[in-house]
Design a protein around this ligand. Structure first.
Ligand SMILES: Cc1cc2nc3c(=O)[nH]c(=O)nc-3n(C[C@H](O)[C@H](O)[C@H](O)COP(=O)(O)O)c2cc1C
Length: 401
């Protein structure tokens, strides 16, 4: 069923225990960046071209070596499978069935081997967190390669887990078992609880071999301590040398980091502030995009995520030159409300919204859209760039030097 992103979020809130909804929905600190992600997109307006005959636009794109029906992928979301008994496997099937792709989190409930065996693994990416214990990281890399996945996405914006007020209020991540408060919130969601009790995978499956806790709450509390806060560019260079497939760095915003990633020979970056869950006050990916594209100089593919809730939002990023847009919370709310079909509905609604936006803009395909980036403008302060193009956000040319 096609419903708006807001409505789906509302239904998910009514289905999930409070701590689980808050874990998904919330952000770091005062949630300034969380709000900024959507606000920055809202500040961009379209200037459509008339009479261009773009009645049936094509959204086809090749992203990170993958042919996609439309360049939207499911972003990695830790513990996403918890929202529905059908879990991440159903989400992966929905993504692949829609001609999209999925990046599986290190912290998925379903093990990466199970997910990869359920779909064509070529359409999956694996998101890696680098652990202090490098033996764990090595083992994960071997498992991912053996499962047939060739695109590795290393997340670099999580040296620590900052204060997330909603989690703190609920006692999630500090409890190492089911506290009375968490239990109470589950009891008032009997439908979710029934599904949760029936399932066999009540742990973060990918971590089971490494003994990071015997229940999900203990695992959730352990993982932020297990990640290596000292990860640096030397580590990335070593990973680049070791991983024979495609390598993507997720969680950069500064154009110098994109330039450095390009120099290292990685295949792509995902501009991201982790859905407003890490550095509160950080700018949004859509704001970072123009300068990062300048820095990339076509050497790496530049994807974005954070706050994309409609097809129109996605077209704004593509018009600015992003290779693809990743979505996080929307697909998880789809999974929470209607399982795999819910994820399929979310993707279909984004794809349809992208198509209608293209038609109304007068862009027959993505190449045409990108060639006329003047279709996007910042309504608050309109700046005319070179060649008459309208640039939505100030470039940080000096920062890329
Ligand atoms: C509940 C939740 C868990 C997440 N877990 C991960 C993760 O395990 N790895 C990762 O790289 N990003 C993770 N992210 C960030 C997403 O990949 C993505 O950057 C973000 O959700 C995009 O913003 P959006 O939710 O507004 O679409 C998580 C996001 C949420 C909401």
């Amino acid at each position: 069923m096609i419903i708006s992103a807001n409505e789906r979020r509302r239904v998910a809130r009514n289905r999930l225990p409070r701590w689980l909804f808050d874990y998904i929905d919330g952000g770091a600190g005062a949630e300034t960046t969380l709000r900024r992600n959507t606000a920055a997109l809202d500040r961009i307006g379209f200037v459509p071209f008339a009479l261009r005959g773009a009645a049936e636009p094509s959204l086809k794109a090749r992203v990170l070596g993958l042919d996609m029906d439309f360049p939207v992928a499911l972003a990695p979301v830790g513990m996403a499978g918890l929202v529905s008994p059908v879990g991440e496997i159903a989400a992966a099937r929905a993504a692949v069935g829609a001609g999209s792709a999925m990046c599986v989190s290190s912290f998925s409930l379903a093990g990466i081997e199970q997910i990869a065996a359920s779909v064509d693994p070529a359409r999956l990416m694996f998101q890696l967190y680098v652990f202090r214990d490098r033996a764990v990281t090595q083992d994960m890399l071997c498992r991912v390669w053996a499962a047939g996945i060739r695109t590795l996405v290393v997340t670099v914006d999580t040296p620590i887990t900052p204060m997330r007020e909603r989690d703190a209020r609920n006692g999630f991540r500090s409890a190492t078992g089911v506290s009375p408060r968490l239990a109470g919130q589950m009891l008032v969601r009997p439908r979710w609880l029934y599904g949760a009790l029936r399932r066999s995978d009540r742990l973060i499956g990918n971590l089971v071999p490494y003994g990071m806790g015997t229940n999900l709450f203990a695992q959730a509390a352990a993982i932020s301590r297990a990640m290596d806060p000292g990860l640096d560019w030397d580590d990335m260079a070593r990973l680049r040398a070791q991983w024979k497939g495609r390598l993507v760095i997720k969680g950069v915003l500064h154009p110098q980091d994109t330039a450095r990633a390009a120099a290292l020979g990685v295949d792509g970056v995902v501009l991201s502030n982790h859905g407003g869950r890490q550095l509160d006050g950080a700018i949004s990916a859509i704001e970072a995009l123009p300068a990062s594209l300048d820095a990339a100089q076509g050497r790496v593919e530049v994807c974005v995520d954070g706050g994309f809730r409609s097809g129109g939002d996605i077209i704004k990023a593509l018009a600015l030159g992003a290779s693809a847009v990743w979505i996080g919370r929307p697909w998880v709310y789809g999974l929470a409300t209607a399982g795999g079909q819910g994820v399929a509905d979310v993707l279909a609604s984004l794809r349809d919204g992208m198509r209608s936006t293209m038609t109304l803009l007068g862009a027959a395909d993505l190449a045409t859209l990108r060639a006329s980036r003047a279709q996007c403008l910042q309504t608050e302060s309109i700046q005319t760039g070179e060649g008459g193009a309208v640039v939505p956000f100030p470039r940080m040319a000096e920062a890329t030097a």
